[in-house]
Design a protein around this ligand. Structure first.
Ligand code: ATP
Length: 503
């Protein structure tokens, strides 16, 4: 698993997807740049989301609010007081960790032990093996499960009650060691606010303390009434937004899974109070459908319903994805009640109410939120697509099986040789196709090597121009996943590609 993750990171660099930020200065921790292919993939994911949310729903509109917001916003939202992570230092290594993540990692290790027991038993019992029964009846496994459950539940309770001494006690009781040095010499647990502060204005006495927004949602809440009135939407309706968010994360590892500067794609759906249960189920189902529509495999997703709820929520679930380091949160679906709008009414002194003509009364709407990290989605797509395949001739190929709709380059146009007028024909095809698709021209190296390069880059089609093209205007089109080749007319290329890459 570690190996797979390392391959993902090095492939992302080698093929121009993701670079470490400011690499020539040895990088900046948990900050990354998207390179030429990464920027395209990221844009395509964003567009795929936007199309499904905004374009396809008459009652959802999109906005683009500023990153800077009036500082009172973050008092109202609770971020100034409660946007904390529990932090613990190791006295020997002087390294800093998130206490809850240390505990979760400990549980993940026990879960790995369960997996090991399961695969051992599956081998031993062969066809007669019943996994569910084994998990429920094998003494050792049941013991492991109980340990995980009681550990997480105790951690949840202590964090909820701000009982940080108990979180530390738990770490000591479980004998959790510093993952890097093995030392068990821990400091007390402290709360650490994740917001980045900055200043607006030049002169020292008039400058105003600001925060970089830690989520995009508040830009939607404070604009709720403006958007509702100008779009003339009736409840239920939604406001969608994509944009940067910033968090001074303590755990700076796992590549683009947890970044200090990242992008969110959020949608706040405004509803009548009392209807939140139905809408919660509705959006859980719809968001899962959106994920499955990309064809990355049903088994890679699962729901995780929250028992411990944030201060603003009355129900919450994550859609988890199977990353190379296990199932982790990819998207959150939160029933936020009227917490945010009420808080902004209180702090701003302005009403944020909706007049319901059918009911002939005003009320503060409830909110259902779907919130997904664009970078996390990028990592899900990229890591799931990267595969090593054994070929019939005994060699292996590296292929990036990106969903075609998301692939940065849709087709590579390759002249078989660099002479006899073939490059000119290939370039002419590029000229024609580039109006509709992102395509590239490639003439360097033998055609087999060029195919491999495009496979590793995730390009769904290679189009090869050869000597026959001159006689009959046909080319060979090769499909990335099946490696099948077809002879087709140049004039049909557009339709063939379109059929595969259009949503
Ligand atoms: P986590 O528990 O992993 O820190 P969270 O519960 O704080 O995440 P939310 O505040 O619900 O996350 O944010 C919604 C989504 O934004 C997450 O599901 C995730 O995809 C994304 N996200 C949150 N923090 C980060 C980050 N530091 N880097 C990249 N994506 C992030």
């Amino acid at each position: 698993q570690d190996d797979k993750f390392k391959k993902v990171i090095s492939h992302a660099k080698e093929y121009g997807y993701v670079f470490q930020s400011s690499e020539i200065y040895d990088g900046l921790s948990a900050v990354y740049d998207y390179a030429q292919n990464g920027a395209e993939l990221k844009k395509n994911i964003r567009d795929y989301w936007w199309k499904a949310m905004v374009q396809m729903n008459e009652n959802i509109v999109g906005i683009d609010a500023a990153i800077f917001m009036h500082p009172t916003t973050w008092k109202a939202s609770g971020h100034v007081d409660a946007f904390n992570d529990p932090l613990i230092d190791n006295k020997d290594s002087k390294k800093r960790y998130r206490a809850d993540v240390l505990i979760e990692d400990y549980c993940a290790k026990i879960e790995a032990k369960i997996d090991k027991e399961v695969s051992k038993a599956a081998k031993r019992f062969g066809d007669a093996f019943n996994q569910e029964e084994f998990l429920a009846t094998n003494g050792r496994v049941v013991g492991y499960q109980e340990k995980i459950k009681s550990t997480l539940s105790r951690m949840g309770k202590s964090l909820e009650n701000e009982d940080l001494a108990d979180v530390k006690a738990l770490i000591e009781e479980l004998e959790i060691a510093d993952p890097l040095t093995g030392s068990k010499n821990w400091t007390d647990v402290k709360q650490f606010n994740l917001m980045f502060g900055t200043k607006l204005g030049a002169s020292a006495d008039t400058a105003m303390d600001l925060y970089l927004r830690p989520e995009t949602a508040q830009g939607i809440f404070v604009n709720f009434l403006n958007v509702q009135k100008t779009s003339r939407q009736k409840i239920p309706f939604g406001i969608a937004q994509t944009g940067k968010a910033f968090r001074n994360e303590i755990v700076a590892r796992q590549f683009i899974f947890r970044m200090r500067e990242f992008e969110q794609m959020e949608m706040q759906f405004f509803i009548k109070p009392g209807t939140q249960k139905e809408w919660y189920e509705h959006w859980k189902e719809h968001r899962m459908k959106w994920h499955l529509s990309l064809g990355m495999g049903k088994d890679n997703y699962r729901f995780h319903d929250h028992e411990k709820l944030a201060h603003y929520a009355d129900a919450a679930a994550d859609i988890e994805f199977k990353f190379p380091f296990g199932f982790k949160e990819l998207e959150g679906i939160h029933s936020r009640t009227d917490f945010d709008l009420k808080a902004h009414e209180e702090f701003s002194g302005k009403k944020l109410q909706y007049f319901d003509h059918e009911e002939n009364k005003s009320y503060t709407p409830y909110v259902l939120e779907t919130s997904i990290g664009l970078d996390r989605m990028f990592l899900a797509v990229f890591s799931n697509s990267l595969q090593e395949e054994e070929l019939e001739n005994g060699t292996t190929r590296t292929v990036l099986k990106l969903p075609s709709v998301l692939a940065p380059v849709k087709a590579a146009i390759l002249p078989l040789v660099k002479k006899d007028g073939l490059p000119e024909i290939a370039k002419q095809i590029v000229e024609e196709l580039k109006w509709d698709f992102n395509v590239v021209y490639d003439e360097k190296d033998a055609v087999g090597r060029r195919y491999r390069r495009q496979d590793a880059n995730g390009t769904p089609f290679c189009i090869t121009v050869d000597h026959d093209t001159k006689d009959d205007n046909t080319v060979t089109i090769r499909h990335r996943d099946s490696m099948e080749q077809q002879r087709v007319k140049i004039e049909d290329l557009r339709a063939i590609i379109k059929q595969e890459v259009d949503v």
